[in-house]
Design a protein around this ligand. Sequence first.
Ligand code: TXA
Ligand code: MG
Length: 317
Amino acid sequence: MTTQTPPNVQAADAEGIAQAARVLEAGGTVAVPTETVYGLAARADSAAAVAAIYRAKGRPDFNPLIVHVPDVVAAERLAQFDSRAQALAAAFWPGPLTMVLPRRADAPLAAAVTAGLPTVAIRVPAHPVMRSVLASAGLPLAAPSANRSGGVSPTSAAHVAASLGARADLILDGGVTSQGLESTIVALRPGSGWEVLRPGPVTEADIAAVIGGAADVLTLGAARIEAPGQLASHYAPGKPVRLGALTAESDEFLIGFGEVAGAISLSSSGDLIEAAAHLYACLHLAAAASEPRIAVAPIPDNGIGIAINDRLRRAAA
Ligand code: TXA
Ligand code: MG
């Protein structure tokens, strides 16, 4: 028996960022903190590098990935921006909004990044570590959440190390992420239709306030394009999860919120922003607890609570 290779965790200082750039240029994978969750990054222009992401995650299927770029100028090399896309970029980038836009024919992207779709998902992240890595590498980076396929998304370097171990060539430790939930994904359809494919920190109301109208699901009358990675199993903590719980059964680990105390709480003051930031860390703790079941207190379905309830429903499915 060989001993297991330990995870390669480095501080996200100048030396760590320079090392990350070298690993990425060589086609390797680096786990990097973003303001939402840790991403497992690889250069988006290389089929081999993108394949290394799927191998490290153990992802059986080939879902399209989000491409991270430093600014709108870099984004416009990959996708066609109409006036709505420009307005959303001005309002929410850098930040936790991903836009699905028509892919430019000459975009330097490996085919696996877009999984054969005519569109590409792009985001300009706000986290200083991810921004430094993008600047040093000088490449668009594909990055799904840095966890084994089917697991709970990581909001700390320790979560990444526990899930991926040495399968990531490098893990940059930039502390705990601030928002805690994956970015909102909005698809802008040609014409006027748009649709939120994945709720997140930027709400549908925030988007409507900038580009007008309600999310218009059926404008095209075409087959609805889903975010294929949004399967229930993508957030599974590995135990049954009961939602809307006011008290714990004897075999349950209760995650509280507000008045419902629980074994731990998403936010004892009932603050939804704080609850979003704590959600995955609480699910990781609940997964590791001795109780065979997890229960979660009711979460109000407004603001970022919509995204929290979306992830909880998937965790419970
Ligand atoms: O916050 C985030 O967005 C994190 C951090 C690391 O940036 N990233 C993330 O990436 O969550 P990932 O790969 O786990 O999620 C990508 C989602 C999937 O649900 C995928 O199906 C969808 O985006 N997606 C990607 N490209 C798409 C496209 N062209 N059309 C529709 N959905 C797309
Ligand atoms: Mg994920």
